[in-house]
Design a protein around this ligand. Structure first.
Ligand code: 3PG
Length: 222
């Protein structure tokens, strides 16, 4: 199984798309891509989510499309059948983890406690979604687990915004940050894709500055 971080290939932001129609999903994904992100997560919280995944795959072949809010084995398979290139869940149970693993897709199952992290790690999963990040201890929690679970890296989501994304991304055990701050419901409802592109471009800029510093720690301290 390819690791999610490998698939994302350095893309530091993973915006969520919650959509009512496949066309709206394509328009949001195009606006996000225009702003500089190369991967999106369509959440299974609306009836058309699976169609939205397929629509983005065919309309925007250069954008990586994953499925989020996967909660059971049937959904994991449905997402794969719809064309999802990776899977994200908000929670972890042994059955859900096994079902996600069985799809063969890159994945980031959701965890918020050390025991859940250890369970996922025990099943061979070392890239996990930390959710809800802001309510589960935030960056101090991620720092605290670093020395315990040395191979595990995280995609924090839940309360991430332009104001705190660099705090998370600068941690050595964070490979991407995700969430809905780039696709706020009011902008989606208004069809204001220009504003979504602008929000995205600003967060991409912040992320890139942060990653440049992260990859050059010696230069920084010199
Ligand atoms: C998720 O599914 O990861 C969360 O809904 C993201 O949380 P946020 O809406 O606070 O970004």
């Amino acid at each position: 199984m390819t690791a999610l971080s490998r698939l994302l290939n350095g893309c530091p932001l993973l915006p969520i798309i919650q959509t009512e129609t496949p066309q709206q999903a394509v328009d949001i994904a195009a606006a996000l891509a225009q702003g500089g992100v190369s991967a999106v997560e369509v959440v299974l919280r609306t009836p058309k989510a699976l169609d939205a995944i397929s629509a983005i795959r065919s309309a925007l072949p250069s954008v990586l499309v994953g499925a989020g809010t996967v909660l059971n084995a049937a959904q994991a398979q449905d997402c794969k059948d719809a064309g999802a290139q990776f899977l994200v869940s908000p929670a972890s149970t042994p059955a859900l983890l096994q079902a996600m693993i069985d799809t063969g897709l890159p994945l980031a199952p959701g965890v918020s406690t050390v025991s859940e992290m250890a369970m996922a790690h025990e099943m061979g999963l070392n890239e996990l979604k930390f959710f809800p990040a802001n309510l589960s201890g935030g960056t101090p929690m991620l720092n605290a687990v670093r020395s315990i679970l040395q191979q595990v890296r995280f995609c924090p989501t839940g309360g991430i915004s332009a104001a705190n994304l660099t705090e998370y991304l600068s941690l050595p055990n964070v490979f991407v940050v995700g969430g809905s701050w780039l696709t706020p419901a009011d902008l989606v409802k208004a069809g204001d894709y220009t504003a979504i592109t602008a929000l995205t471009a600003e967060s991409v800029r912040l992320a890139n500055v942060c990653l440049a510093e992260k990859s050059a720690p010696l230069r920084k301290s010199a």
